[in-house]
Ligand binder design. Structure first.
Ligand code: ADP
Ligand code: TYD
Length: 220
């Protein structure tokens, strides 16, 4: 005689969907004066209002060492292109190790004003070091930690120049350089279409922020 069938284990607690990572790492990119800092701030504020824990940071900088490197990079003497790329990567390595990775591990959202794409656009393309070469240098620094989404705020370089607030060593480069960086960013968006989302920065800040929130909601 057969054994009576044992009841199936309860399934109510069984997970039927894949685990969803709740924390999101978002970066903002664009030429100087594009409005990316404004958008990074609005995004961090919106996340906080929704009750999320948020770590908002910026590059170059975001750590005591990074701020010192920032000073060297933006207000220091002229330097070779590889020295510049290596210093940006050094500041980034410190930021990833001390701020970004621990925040994500603690389940917080991370919003960063500029990240590795800045180096790919400015040093890789505009300074002609090569995207692959600068990415290779940075892969060690960021330990493979790429953003979940990168918002590239696009505006005409003339509009951006009129808006720009500061004038550092890199911003003092001529109009041609900034046009090249603009083209470089657009090229990066076509190279990394799954990660980089372009937004029209010519609209009022709140309208841009609303679009970005909508796109982030699609992620979770
Ligand atoms: P970035 O970080 O790209 O250099 P910021 O966010 O600091 O740019 O903005 C530069 C200037 O432009 C600031 O005075 C800011 O108030 C203004 N600004 C930012 N976004 C917009 C926008 N969408 N339209 C008009 N002005 C803007
Ligand atoms: P930032 O402080 O973001 O200037 P702004 O907010 O006015 O746009 O950045 C400083 C400058 O450093 C800016 O001209 C871009 C440049 N930069 C690089 O060239 N490579 C990099 O990797 C980063 C992070 C910034």
């Amino acid at each position: 005689m057969c054994e009576p069938m044992k009841p199936a284990p309860p399934v109510t607690s069984a997970r039927t969907e894949p685990y969803r990572r709740l924390e999101v790492f978002v970066t903002f990119e664009g030429i100087d004066g594009s409005g990316k800092t404004t958008q990074a701030e609005l995004h961090a504020q919106a996340l906080r209002e929704e009750g999320h824990e948020v770590v908002a940071t910026r590059e170059p900088g975001g750590t005591p060492l990074g701020e010192q490197v920032r000073e060297l990079l933006l207000n220091g003497r002229d330097m070779s292109a590889w020295a510049e790329a290596a210093l940006f990567a050094a500041a980034r390595a410190e930021l990833v190790e001390k701020v970004i990775a621990p925040a994500l591990e603690a389940g917080k959202h991370v919003v960063c004003d500029r990240y590795v794409d800045s180096s790919l656009a400015y040093q890789g393309i505009a300074r002609r070091l090569g995207v692959d070469q600068v990415l290779e240098l940075n892969e060690h620094a960021i330990r493979g930690l790429l953003p979940d989404r990168t918002f590239l705020v696009l505006v005409d370089p003339a509009t951006a120049a009129a808006r720009a607030r500061s004038s550092d060593r890199i911003e003092r480069e001529g109009e041609d350089f900034h046009r090249t960086v603009d083209r470089a960013y657009r090229e990066l968006a076509t190279m990394f279409p799954d990660r980089i989302v372009t937004v029209d920065g010519g609209r009022p800040p709140d309208q841009i922020a609303e679009e970005i929130r909508g796109r982030i909601r699609q992620l979770s």
